[in-house]
Design a protein around this ligand. Structure first.
Ligand SMILES: [Zn+2]
Length: 408
């Protein structure tokens, strides 16, 4: 396939000086210098497509060497990977580039009462980024962060009393808010806007939203700790389709993998063909807005090895989530000494739903080559279980499609 860019050459050209500067910076990193040898003169889109892509580890190596600092104000360090013992860091200036986002996307207005429900602290950037956006709009902000399981109802009553009009969080966290409100019979009639970032949208959320806050609609941002916000969408766009910001150059390369190049001269991370692992395509958005839109097709690394065979997690989850009564599913792989000792499909089911767990298990086992082959001699090591909660990251509230844990 041919390379595709979100901007035509005449639009991207004048701003490619930023990419050129980042190329020079990456060349000064001893571990990366060799990869970027032999490229001189101004960058073109073709020249950019010929550069090697940057992976998360490459960018972290570069940042450890470059230690960028904001021109004015504070330089914020955020976790961009690694364990909590030794976090890898990405950098951002105060404001988190939200002036550029707000210039093209205004989900919040001065009259809004906005609950910022992205978790704060532990070096995660989403809460602060959302605060930066709210600052631009001049709205009222309730800086809530994450709450514990027994606190939802009291806070929901507070939201209703304050006539909250907007809430933002990861879709996994938003699902908890709306599911709790629905279960408790609480309504948020003033709520109009649901801002989301950090994971793919979860369509099942809309069922609870329709009951709890019938006037609420979703407003999405796409990005990463390294790139910051790349694109945004509105209620009129499909949930997997985003409009890239003009300061972000999106490229679709080999294997439909997306990579991102910043054209913003204030960006501290040298984001130059940075790959998040997401695949996608450039398309036109049915909302009618002109220009290339980016449709995100999900991560290409959703194939996990189970006893030497590739298990397509996305396909398995999609099949299970079509089952009536199943609202969300997750694949939990237990490993012992580097080998999968078991695979569990965990199911969140709706209230009063009676899912035939045994029947579903038998069907998945017989229809999934990897499972039937890998567990030929111990089929009891593959289970389908209904659970009260999926396994989520305490820091970010994100719930991944698959989790690997050490066990026996
Ligand atoms: Zn659109």
């Amino acid at each position: 396939m041919t390379d595709q860019f979100s901007l035509p050459p005449q639009a991207a050209g004048p701003q490619l000086g930023v990419a050129r500067r980042n190329l020079e910076l990456l060349r000064t990193v001893p571990e990366l210098a060799q990869r970027y040898e032999g490229l001189d003169g101004p960058l073109t889109l073709d020249g950019l497509a010929a550069l090697p892509p940057l992976a998360k580890d490459d960018l972290n190596v570069a940042l450890a060497h470059l230690e960028p600092r904001a021109a004015t104000g504070a330089t914020w360090l955020f976790q961009s990977g690694g364990s909590t013992g030794a976090p890898k860091v990405g950098y951002a200036p105060t404001g988190f580039y939200m002036a550029g986002v707000y210039a093209h996307w205004q989900p919040l207005e001065r009259t809004d009462v906005f609950v910022n429900a992205w978790g704060a602290g532990r070096m995660w950037g989403a809460h602060f980024l959302a605060a930066g956006l709210a600052d631009r709009s001049g709205c009222q902000v309730i800086a809530l962060g994450s709450v514990t399981a027994d606190e939802y109802e009291d806070w929901l009553a507070f939201f209703a009393a304050r006539s909250v009009t907007a809430i933002g969080g990861t879709p996994s966290v938003l699902r908890l808010w709306f599911a709790r409100a629905r279960a408790a019979g609480l309504e948020l009639p003033a709520l109009r806007k649901v801002l989301w970032l950090g994971e793919a949208w979860q369509p099942q959320l809309e069922q609870d939203m329709a009951v709890v806050a019938p006037h609420a609609r979703r407003w999405g941002m796409f990005g990463s700790t390294e790139t910051w916000v790349v694109g945004t969408n509105t209620p009129d766009c499909p949930a997997d389709t985003f409009h890239p910001l003009p300061e972000q150059l999106v490229h679709v390369g080999e294997g439909d993998l997306l990579d991102f190049t910043t054209l913003n001269p204030d960006m501290l991370n040298p984001v130059l063909r940075y790959r998040t692992g997401d695949a996608g395509e450039l398309t036109s958005c049915p909302c009618g807005r002109a220009g290339a839109a980016m449709r995100v097709l999900g991560r290409r690394d959703s194939v996990v090895q189970v006893r030497g065979l590739g298990l397509h997690v996305n396909e398995l989850i999609a099949r299970v989530e079509r089952e009536p009564g199943v609202s969300r599913a997750q694949v939990l792989i237990t490993e012992a000494k580097g080998r999968a000792s078991g695979v569990d499909v965990l199911l969140l089911t709706g209230q009063g739903a009676a899912v035939d767990l045994d029947g579903l298990r038998r069907e998945l086992l017989s229809a999934t080559f990897t499972l039937s082959t890998a567990f030929l001699h111990d089929p009891e090591s593959f289970r389908v279980l209904a659970v009260d909660a999926l396994v989520s990251n305490d820091r970010t509230g994100k719930t991944a499609d698959f989790v690997v844990r050490e066990g026996s």
